[in-house]
Design a protein around this ligand. Structure first.
Ligand code: NAD
Length: 440
């Protein structure tokens, strides 16, 4: 497994749990050092126990020596980052191609080189070219096996996926059968639980990942627009989401209105899909609109908060609960909290923040002048307004009366609709949420 980040580490530990011998190669000195000491460098529920059990069983190891790691391997997964390339939205494939080159140099016999990173259509074929060029003598196949796990429930997602997608080079005579056979054996435990395993061409497989993420992003932008409409015309976006979501053709998931999507995948994958379409001369207007709606939404949250605070936050103390892009992760990449907190600080607010696990990770993207608090109630103390940005479970249980007693002001802005408007109003709080009437 090349890359020991969110995807590489979880996939590696899960394959090891399936009984496969896994060697993870990680080049980041800090990450590797902590893995070697048995510490997990990211926050993912259950991962520490899974990793420890599989190290103890001798099936999982970490190192930076790629030759050692791939010796005797039947499959080598590339699970390195594919961040957006500076400025233009293309996926940056530098790490993927460097890894392919290193794998080519290190292999001593047949292996399937599998792309687990999210990569544009055509990348697996380019990997094949790189390997062929570096090692004309080497027997190998390439495969595309995009990962659909979600941070925060990554282990369950990997162990009980809705589907596994495996793309192979179907244009190559017989070549893909050998690769398919290796992949089929790797995922055998999932056959037993009847997870659908879909064999496709390399191109379809690569596209499936971008199409899936773009579709989910589109659902979020759609319900966010419906939330705005509810606010204008007097509706409740919860009822609308439930009313449409119970239609099996639409589905209930991913219809939660909020401050706009963030994270390490949706923003970059939607942009990358637009670029892929553009280069292919195809239209991607729905995805473009999805991105525009989301960008505007994230940018508008600051104004929404200012207006809820009476037009200005200057000199006010604002508590912000939740910083990570979603609960149960420490991932701060593209989190909606970032533009919100910056906007508040720029406009003269004193901002007190709290996140259950993301405080360390948040420091790099937060403005200097924020106060990091010990817990949610500490953040709320003497605040003029409180904003819930990420819906960690710990925040759901806070009693409205407790907030009222601790806060100096009465304003509560709930960007995730977790609180009951009637209970907030009953406690005397001036509560607003997304796409719902403020008094329930
Ligand atoms: P990440 O940044 O957490 O991890 C990548 C790791 O690879 C880093 O630790 C980096 O040091 C290491 N690395 C880079 N080059 C290396 C090399 N040559 N040898 C060894 N290690 C190397 O990224 P991530 O979140 O795990 O994402 C990886 C890929 O998976 C991306 O393409 C992403 O789009 C995709 N993906 C991510 C998620 C998610 O939820 N994070 C879900 C599905 C797919």
């Amino acid at each position: 497994m090349i890359g020991g980040g969110y995807v590489g580490l979880v996939s590696g530990a899960c394959f090891a749990e399936f009984g496969v011998e896994v060697a993870v190669v990680e080049t980041h000195p800090g990450r590797l050092e902590s893995l070697r000491q048995g510490r997990i460098p990211i926050y993912e529920p259950g991962l520490d126990t899974l990793v420890a059990a599989n190290i103890a069983a001798g099936r999982l190891s970490f190192g930076d020596d790629i030759r050692e790691a791939v010796a005797g391997a039947e499959a080598v997964f590339i699970a390195v980052g594919t961040p957006p390339r500076n400025g233009d939205g293309h996926a940056d494939l530098t790490y993927v191609f460097a890894a392919a080159e290193q794998v080519a140099q290190a292999l001593s016999g047949y292996a399937v080189i599998v792309t687990k990173s999210t990569v544009p259509v055509g990348t697996s074929r380019r990997i094949a070219e790189i390997v062929r060029h570096a090692r004309p003598d080497l027997e190998f196949d390439v495969a595309s096996n995009p990962e659909f796990l979600r941070e925060g429930s990554a282990i369950a997602d990997f162990m009980r996926p809705d589907r596994v997608v495996i793309g192979t080079d179907v244009t190559q005579d017989g070549g893909s059968e050998r690769a398919q056979e290796v992949m089929r054996r790797l995922y055998r435990p999932l056959y037993l639980i009847e997870a659908p395993i879909l064999f496709t061409s390399l191109e379809s497989s690569e596209l499936i990942k971008y199409a899936a993420n773009s579709f989910l992003a589109m659902k979020i932008s759609f319900i966010n627009e419906m939330a705005d409409l509810c606010e204008r015309v007097g509706g409740d976006v919860h009822d609308v989401a439930r009313g449409i979501g119970l239609d099996g053709r639409i589905g209930r998931k991913f219809l939660h209105a909020g401050p706009g999507y963030g994270g390490s995948c949706f923003p970059k994958d939607t942009l990358a899909l637009m670029r892929i379409a553009q280069e292919a001369g195809a239209s991607s207007r729905l995805v473009e609109a999805t991105v525009q709606v989301n960008d505007a939404r994230k940018a508008s949250m600051g104004a929404r908060i200012m207006s809820a605070c009476g037009g200005s936050v200057r000199g006010k103390t604002i508590a912000v609960l939740g910083l990570t892009f979603k609960p149960e992760t420490d991932d701060m990449r593209d989190a909606p909290s970032i533009p919100i907190v910056h906007r508040l600080v720029e406009n003269g607010a004193a901002v007190r923040v709290y996140d259950p696990v993301g405080m360390e990770a948040a420091r790099a993207s937060m403005p200097e002048r924020v106060t990091y608090c010990a817990d949610a109630l500490d953040a709320a103390r003497d605040a003029d307004a409180l904003i819930l940005v990420t819906e960690w479970n710990a925040f759901r249980a806070i009693a409205p009366a407790r907030l009222r007693d601790l806060m100096r002001g009465r304003i509560v802005i709930d960007l995730r609709n977790v609180y009951d408007p009637a209970a907030m109003a009953a406690a005397g709080l001036d509560y607003s949420s997304i796409g719902r009437p403020s008094r329930g």
